[in-house]
Design a protein around this ligand. Sequence first.
Ligand code: FAD
Length: 435
Amino acid sequence: MSEQQFDVIVVGAGPSGNAAAYTMAKGGLSVLQIERGEYSGSKNVQGAILYADALEQIIPDFRDDAPLERHVIEQRMWTMDDKSHTGMHYRSDDFNEERPNRYTILRAQFDKWFSAKVREAGATLLCETTVTELVKDFHGKVIGVRTDRSGNPIMANVVILAEGVNGLVGQRSGLRDEVAPDSVALAVKEMHFLPREVIEARFNLTGNEGVVIEAMGTITKGMTGTGFLYTNEESISVGIGCIVSDFAASEVTPYGLLEAFKNHPSIKPLLVGSECKEYAAHLIPEGGYKAIPQLCGEGWIVVGDAGQFVNAVHREGSNLAMTTGRVAAETVIALTRKREPMSAANLAEYVRRLEESFVMKDLKKYKGIPALLHNNKLNFFGLYPKLISQAMQTWFRVDGVDKKSKEKEIFKAFREARTIWGMIGDAFRVVRAWR
Ligand SMILES: Cc1cc2nc3c(=O)[nH]c(=O)nc-3n(C[C@H](O)[C@H](O)[C@H](O)COP(=O)(O)OP(=O)(O)OC[C@H]3O[C@@H](n4cnc5c(N)ncnc54)[C@H](O)[C@@H]3O)c2cc1C
């Protein structure tokens, strides 16, 4: 393939790259998508939650044939100490709607399905090919890519970098800095297989209903992070992730952390009898709004995890990936139709549109959260979960102690552990970061 010219090259075939490539191919552009894996999804073997809204805007009838596992009807949020959990659960029959809002999926299958749609739409997909660098003209404008297949460049009017969290192509080409270790989490995850009727009985589900558990507390051993468990059709995805710089400063290994989480008395019974068939480790960008790199320039745009588009508070990533991919694609289509150059000034329309979308609004809203959690991790991931568990234990244990005395005991425990001013300060910091 020498000196071949495409309207656009998309680097990566994850959700952001697929959303971009699909939208542009449907829009009539000549699209080359390059993926280093054997197929789209081969590097993403984990289970995950799919947020329907983002995909619906790209493929409205996706429910007809997408490989969906269960639609989520119940969300459990747990604060955990070593022996217990305190939970807030929300379950509603409203989620048993005709067009459910959230599904559990297996990424390897889902990405493969999405990729088939991309090819049906007319894009060319080149797998087992790694983009090694961007090709620039004398003025520094990106005009194509080089791959590990041959020395010949492949040319395009614009390159969309959908290469995931590491953003190595962008880094090597001097478009961005290395991802900081305190802005990225390492998540480890396993798939545990069980018969579907066992999952349904264990989680009080019928048919394709599903449950999600998100957990925080002493399970991360004082590091900033969370654990999670999702029910799939015939498997359970269970995992835990913490900020990389916290792992580096600790003796705890990611695998050791996952083993401890799986053996927690609140998690173990949910997995009992299952067969673990898959293990995966992956990075998640969690630096939020302040970690977003430059998003476009002369002849290039960044989408998805490569742009740090993950809302760690709500555990949303793939929907931001698909939305940024779609918006980038629509920007490129509009410029192509108007025969406008793919200049930094013109491509900045992508950023302007993102600023008006939930993507930037949500990330901006939580821009103080990563630093808040990182700087107060021992309190938020250790002290408070322990105090909450202790308070619940005191409150619910019936032991002849009157309720007024129990209230005093609970308050005293909080006051002695954190002081009144410490708690007021924490509450103030949370409110300020949450706005
Ligand atoms: C354990 C875990 C659980 C998660 N759970 C959820 C969840 O439940 N819900 C949710 O919404 N999000 C979740 N996320 C986040 C979500 O997976 C990401 O936000 C999403 O995958 C980002 O999509 P992307 O296309 O930008 O990047 P990726 O999915 O990482 O895709 C990038 C692709 O680019 C390819 N690539 C990289 N470099 C090159 C190169 N040089 N040349 C060619 N190809 C290249 C890679 O092989 C890969 O296929 C989770 C992430 C992890 C790690």
